[in-house]
Design a protein around this ligand. Sequence first.
Ligand code: M6R
Length: 616
Amino acid sequence: MCGIVGYVGQKQALEVVVAGLRRLEYRGYDSAGVAVIADGHLETRKKAGKLTNLETLLGEDPLPNSTTGIGHTRWATHGGPTDSNAHPHVSEDGRIAVIHNGIIENFAVLREELTAAGVTLTSETDTEVVAHMLARALPAVGDSLQVAMQAVCSQLEGAFTLVVIDPSQPDIVVGARRNSPLVVGVGDGENFLASDVAAFFEHTRNALELGQDQIVTLTAESVTVTDFSGNPVTPRAFTVDWDASAAEKGGFDLFMLKEISEQPKAVADSLRGRTSPQGRIQLDELTLDESVFRDITKVVVVACGTAAHAGMVAKYAIEHWTRLPVDVELASEFRYRDPVVGPDSLVIAISQSGETMDTLMALRHAAAQGARTLAICNTVGSTIPRESDAVLYTYAGPEIAVASTKAFLTQIIAAYLVGLFLAQARGALTEEEIRGILQDLNDMPQKVDLVLDTVEPVRALAQQLSTATSVLFLGRHVGYPVALEGALKLKELAYMHAEGFPAGELKHGPIALIEDGVPVVVVVPSPRGRAVLHDKIISNIQEVRARGAVIIAVAEEGDEVITGFADHVIRVPEVPPLMQPLVSTVPLQVFACEMATVKGHDVDQPRNLAKSVTVE
Ligand code: M6R
């Protein structure tokens, strides 16, 4: 939440910073602001609303040339989305400009102390206190911004990434991080700070990870990192291997549409190189000793939102393949209920961003109980993989649209690979069985492609149903998390009441929601294999149809029975049951995207949301 950019170098800082903010706007879009240093003083511009409002302001009231600057795009926590609450916040003496991501939990006490000392605060934010505290700390530490930052950070509680500039030290940018993300881009005669690499990867592919409680000082030529006590730290370097075009719309109207279309490639990329020529699962990145995978007695998945749905899908597969119990926990609840995890548990944190605070805190809690931890993550250099014992990266490429699409499919792929690796290590599946499942997985890019080729009628259907006030989603087995995911997409994009249920649960209460004309999307299990699930869902369809529901069935090619029970049938290719989520989710993504488009909503940046949720 909130996007942060800092720059010092030879280029016009404003251009670099605004371009970076455009790439980070998915992290929050309640307001945006910039500050640069010019002729020994600070100049700031900030505006409520999306970045485009700030750009208009900058057109009307330009900033002077400068090669040192910072910028921020906000997801509001403390204080509404107003101009005065927008970052940067500036100290009373006009000396320090600060931008912040996170929540300073003890801000009320700090605010009181400042007020008592005669400081007038001009915003409702928790951030502003930092600007005043830094300005007051500087004289006592010989005006060193880095040392003042150490002193101030030691007094802060909560989560924070802070980036500051000071016109009396015009060629440096200082950043600090605790719990919230901050990465360094190392350029040639220029350096960058940002919430994630998307902000600078068009300038440099060389990056540094910052650890917990670290302070970084940038000049155009140097990067110095210390801990909060001033002890030097050597940060880990990494290379950003994203394709530059990956963060552009590339001819699509929406990032979401582009990302939906990228799913076959994302799935293929996430499978590539993870099998030996002999057909064994080979996950070289899983640096945990294989004995860990043999000795654990349970698996716990912690994740939020779409990533949690991927975990729910994976539960069906991992339990089936390994006979290990798998719990899937919403990360935000995990550590507050004294969960039973320990050295015999493998805790898998699934996160596209690698920065979701709820997931990070759940992971830390699990690690503190002695659990072995494994991250499934899409973002190299992010906190969750860094703090896990092992990581399996998904190769979805940058996901810019707030609604998660390609990340979901690749999270399922990665979790399935972990499941197969566990089964292999434990001898729970034969080599031949594993080879067969791998073949099924390797067929999936082509199957997802087929879905994309035939998805057009879904748009027409969304248009037809766009006046509905409520849409229910039903599924059984792996179709249940798909139903949850379909409902989540519709809620977050189309702002409609949408709920997913296990189809069998409906009669225990939710069926009371059914009235004439309510659209019910049903993820229909294959009639092949466990036909009982198909039979049962037909009964569930009958139950809601009898009460006036309009049935939209997502069913596989060749399922002719369903046509007699559905008002609309969305076809997906025949795939093995455990692979079904990889095809049946795609039309639901398109359905939600189209529904939101028809309603005139901003699909890529839905209201109230941010892509990377870095507060609890
Ligand atoms: O970055 P993460 O995968 O940890 O994010 C988790 C959720 O915030 C995320 O999946 C969210 O639910 C999506 N916006 C849903 O489309």
